[in-house]
Write a protein that binds this ligand. Structure first.
Ligand code: ARG
Length: 285
């Protein structure tokens, strides 16, 4: 009897504590638009974020970053608003207070961490150097790219990798990774630095693309970027990331995104823009 009474008391106390925790969480963070979670992303990066054509023929945002964004919004009781922004502009929008989170395969580099907060890692990836399959035997080392055109996304850590590894090349910054892939395939670019799993995804869709070798980089993995100082939102987002990793949902988001990005019904294979227009011409099969 005593025991039972104690158990009832305990669970009442626990419910009370949980209730307070939920209330505290809801009340403690602020977002740029009340009731909404506004995120910035650069949808040129399958399987992280890309456009695909849905069953009605309309372009839709997809990818495991988008699924994670939706999960964060749901768990925090907010409505998700996704703002597509070229990668090089996301951190500016964050700094200006126009978006709450940058969810776009961000590498939490020490330079960025001086100005922005980063969540825990939600994905582990790496970096790669790519060429056209037809040229794959032409190159033995980075020195062979002296005077040649090497691409990287503007504002990305890959641009830094290009400066570091191919300083004698003509380094070309492009706003979209999909343009980099297209220019590698049509021969405008000779080589390019691309996130490894993105390169592998596009190489699966476009066998003319070759992931030549791995590139070393210190800040491996992806994290979500926040404006400095929103500790409560940072903690809340970290909580959702931990749950999504633990309960297996993150693995599901990744598998779904990879399948969708290489969906054979989806003829344009990760190369669509917001209007459903194909970015790469002539290279679909
Ligand atoms: N991980 C790289 C960086 O943080 C590239 C991310 C590019 N993301 C994108 N959606 N295009 O600089």
């Amino acid at each position: 009897m005593m025991k039972k009474g104690f158990a009832v008391l305990m669970s009442a106390a626990m419910v009370l504590a949980m209730g307070t925790a939920v209330f505290a969480e809801e009340a403690s963070f602020t977002t740029v638009a009340p009731g909404k979670l506004t995120i910035g992303t650069s949808p040129d990066f399958a399987p992280y974020e890309f456009y695909h054509i849905d069953e009605n023929g309309d372009p839709q945002l997809a990818g495991f970053d988008i699924a994670l964004a939706q999960r964060i919004a749901d768990d925090l009781g907010l409505e998700l608003e996704v703002v597509p922004i070229d990668f090089g502009g996301i951190l500016t929008e964050l700094q200006s207070g126009n978006i709450d989170l940058g969810i776009s395969g961000f590498s939490p580099s020490p330079e960025r961490a001086e100005t922005f907060d980063f969540t825990d890692l939600y994905y582990t990836g790496g970096q790669a150097f790519c060429v056209a399959m037809a040229n794959k035997d032409k190159y033995a080392s980075y020195e062979d790219f002296k005077g040649l055109s090497v691409g990287a996304q503007t504002g990305s850590i890959q641009y830094g990798l290009a400066e570091e590894n191919t300083p004698d090349a003509n380094i070309v910054g492009l706003t979209k990774v999909t343009d980099i892939v297209m220019e590698l395939l049509n021969g405008t670019l000779d080589g390019a630095f691309i996130e490894k799993d993105v390169a592998l995804q596009y190489a699966k869709n476009y066998p003319e693309l070759c992931v030549l070798w791995d590139v070393e980089y210190d800040s491996e993995g992806s994290a979500i970027a926040l404006k400095k100082g929103n500790e409560e939102l940072l903690a809340a987002v970290n909580g959702v990331i931990a749950t999504a990793l633990e309960d297996g949902s993150m693995s599901e988001y990744i598998a779904e995104a990879q399948a969708l990005a290489s969906d054979e019904e989806n003829t344009y294979q990760g190369m669509l823009d917001a209007n459903g227009e194909i970015i790469a011409e002539g290279e679909t099969e």
